[in-house]
Design a protein around this ligand. Structure first.
Ligand code: GCW
Length: 699
């Protein structure tokens, strides 16, 4: 941000191309995402920028490019601009990144003012204005004000330096590390623009399963080039740091965080990074998890490790995001309990520029998990929510699964401490933390449509919108996405939103409902594998999670079992300790219950489980039919790819159902309820299916 008033530019939007409202038949390869603003119609809109900064110029370009007819005059200005300040608008409460949009009189002119305390605020306001207009708002009545409830809104790329993406299903990494820093692919700008349109303000460039190479001078220069592209869009760059880098790059004998030479190495490394990237955000660390090195290798704690890195970036204003996704091969404790056991005692010992990054659930991004018990349990530590946008466990790129309901279900969950929700913990409201954050494991790659399918774009979109405001509902977010993506025709939007809102539950149903989790095949995680029991570590095997036997199914996490329920606040723990007061959708997560247990529907557990599988398969059929009916109302390219993917999903939903039922029947010796279709093949056939070279699982 520079001082105001030094430059006053007027960009008159000259309207060359006249294109009536997006015609559905127009070809669309999905590249434009939800930013499909067409060239404007009608007389020139005037976009005036007071206060010159690169960011404000970008904001003006956005408006000039996409403002529809009827908006004659827009002014972008900082709140500190004397003319704006004279209006005495309520800008103080907007904070650093908020925006305010009002129709005002500025000098002699009636204008639609977009203002904020920083140029980023104005940029977000400009995108908000376009979003409002694209979703049918009346421009003459617009009066908006909003500020982000969460400070750090970051994407986590699990992108490897060789161009592969761990759990990536949209092609190779967007980052062409090889040609960086020289070649700045225009897609980097388009990526930043898409993120800025949602308010995403940070990106971690490399996989948490990190290579030390990303901290070498060569790769720092590449990261710096990306940071230069992203900066005017308000996006900071972060790096995943490999904890053993002082050994691998620095030639030290140890990476023990308590060793002064190790701390000094990191300090020097941080100084070097900040010389290249003055606004570098900081480090993300996966330590002592799934083979990654960490402080526990030396008997030091996670806080020792995090604080050492925090000291290295502190002089530059950087932060550390330290992941709580830890479970140890040496620890026989229920995997769902391990992160809490390890981190809860460390509450209050982390430096104030550390956030502990916690997955939404205690296991691993399953189609449904109860919220992670650490939320609410570490009041002295800012906890950064980690969601997975890429669909590792929800059908990869091909299945239509809108994750808005998954995100909001977790965010709206009550922690059991009064009225506190997980969102209150995450946005820092509950404990008044200075830092707060939400991270999303990105689903972005080099595919032309960025995310592998049109509907996967909605998950990127929903993550960004909910990171800005975790209290936005999944449905309104789906609706605004659909309106921007397909146009505002309710004949399209309504069925699309219905499909989206039902889609995640469908995946839960056909992969394993009622609290089942981690029942997928080994390694690539593609397709069913509830029978898998031969992997080295017990907690890698699906049988560890479902514990099905002749008598019943489910993981006993009450006092008679692992007592994981005791990690929740007492009021909630009490409810979860009793199958009768546990929500049925989480029943088998917390309890081992008999196949004949009566469910709320009157069915036995076995009948109910079977019904869920059938419901899931049927729901995909319904989605297909809805989409078929939209054939003439959506452009052919996006319609065709989606239709094909829905056919794949229907086939695979059936496969999930059949394979799972064949297996459960082999365990419980029961027949299927009357009228229920038998699996298409026997269990041996399902077990024999192999999928070498499945995407997202680099060898
Ligand atoms: O879900 C699991 C994935 C791993 C991933 C890990 C993690 C980056 O299967 O591929 O590794 O989680 O979150 O660290």
């Amino acid at each position: 941000m520079t001082g105001h008033g030094r430059w006053r530019g007027t960009i008159a939007a000259t309207l060359a191309l006249v294109m009536a409202a997006a015609s559905p038949a127009r070809a669309d390869d999905g590249y434009r995402l939800w930013l499909r603003g067409e060239a404007p119609v009608g007389p020139s809109a005037r976009v005036t920028v007071r206060d010159e900064t690169a960011t404000l110029r970008l904001a003006a370009e956005e408006l000039t490019r996409s403002l529809p007819a009827g908006i004659a005059d827009v002014t972008l200005a900082l709140a500190a601009d004397p003319q704006v300040a004279a209006l005495r608008l309520p800008t103080a409460s907007l904070g650093d990144e908020g925006y305010l949009i009002r129709r005002v009189r500025l000098g002699q002119r009636e204008t639609l003012l977009v203002t904020g305390n920083s140029d980023r605020g104005v940029l977000y306001g400009s995108f908000a204005l376009l979003r409002q207009l694209a979703t049918g708002a009346d421009a003459t009545r617009l009066a908006l004000a909003s500020s982000p409830r969460v400070k750090l809104r970051v994407l986590n790329h699990w992108d490897n330096l060789d161009g592969s993406v761990e759990r990536g299903y949209a092609g190779q990494s967007l980052w062409d590390w090889w040609t960086l820093p020289d070649f700045k692919d225009p897609r980097y700008t388009d990526y930043a623009r898409a993120n800025a349109s949602l308010g995403i303000n940070g990106t971690v460039l490399n996989n948490v399963n990190a290579k030390a190479d990303s901290l070498t001078p060569r790769y720092i220069a590449k990261a710096a080039a990306l940071a230069d592209v992203f900066r005017p869009w308000g996006i900071k760059v972060y790096l995943s740091a490999r904890f053993s880098a002082p050994i691998e790059l620095g030639g030290l004998k140890t990476a023990d965080p308590r060793d002064p030479a190790v701390a000094a190495w990191w300090k020097t490394k941080a100084d070097e990074i900040y010389r290249a990237v003055p606004d570098f955000g900081g480090f993300l660390v996966k330590a002592n998890s799934e083979g990654q090195p960490g402080p526990r290798d030396y008997g030091a704690t996670h806080a020792d490790g995090a604080n050492m890195l925090a000291a290295a970036v502190r002089p530059h204003g950087g932060i550390v995001m330290w992941r709580a996704f830890v479970y140890a091969d040496t620890d026989p404790e229920d995997r769902a309990k391990q992160a809490y056991s390890e981190f809860k005692p460390l509450d209050g010992t982390f430096a104030d520029n550390v956030l502990v990054q916690v997955k939404n659930g205690a296991i691993d991004f399953q189609p449904r998990e109860p919220f992670h018990p650490l939320f609410g349990a570490m009041p002295k530590t800012p906890l950064l929510m980690e969601f997975q946008i890429t669909k590792e466990y929800l059908g990869f790129a091909t299945h239509l699964a809108y994750l808005g309901p998954l995100f909001t279900e977790t965010l709206a969950a009550r922690t059991g401490r009064g009225a506190e929700t997980v969102a209150d913990v995450v946005d820092g409201a509950a404990e008044h933390h200075a830092l707060s954050g939400m991270a999303g494991v990105a689903n972005i790659g080099r595919d032309r449509d960025w995310s592998g399918s049109t509907f996967n774009q909605a998950n990127w979109y929903a993550f960004g919108r909910l990171a800005w405001d975790p209290t936005l509902g999944a449905e309104p977010v789906a609706r605004e996405w659909a309106q921007q993506t397909f146009g505002t025709d309710p004949g399209v939007v309504d069925p699309v939103v219905r499909m989206m809102m039902a889609s995640r539950e469908a995946v839960v149903d056909y992969t394993g409902a009622l609290g089942l989790a981690h029942v997928m095949a080994t390694g690539h995680h593609y397709g069913p594998g509830p029978w898998v029991s031969d992997l080295k570590r017990p907690e890698w095997n699906p049988v560890y999670y479902h514990r099905a036997d002749r008598g019943g199914i489910g993981f006993d996490r009450t006092r008679s079992g692992s007592d994981a329920v005791a990690q929740y606040a007492p009021a909630l723990a009490k409810r979860l300790a009793d199958p009768a007061t546990t929500p049925e959708r989480e029943l088998l997560w917390f309890h081992h219950v008999g196949w004949d247990r009566r469910m709320a529907s009157g069915k036995t557990l076995w009948e109910e489980l079977v019904a869920h599988y059938d419901r899931g398969v049927a729901a995909v059929g319904t989605m297909r039919a809805s989409w078929d009916a939209l054939r003439d109302r959506v452009d052919a390219e996006r319609w065709g790819k989606t239709a094909t993917y829905l056919a794949i999903q229907q086939r695979e939903a059936r496969w999930w159902r059949d394979a799972s039922l064949a297996y459960w029947m082999s365990v419980n010796g029961r027949a299927l309820p009357a009228g229920v279709a038998a699996p298409a093949h026997d269990l041996a056939w399902y077990k024999a299916q192999l999928f070498p070279h499945a995407p997202g699982h680099p060898e």
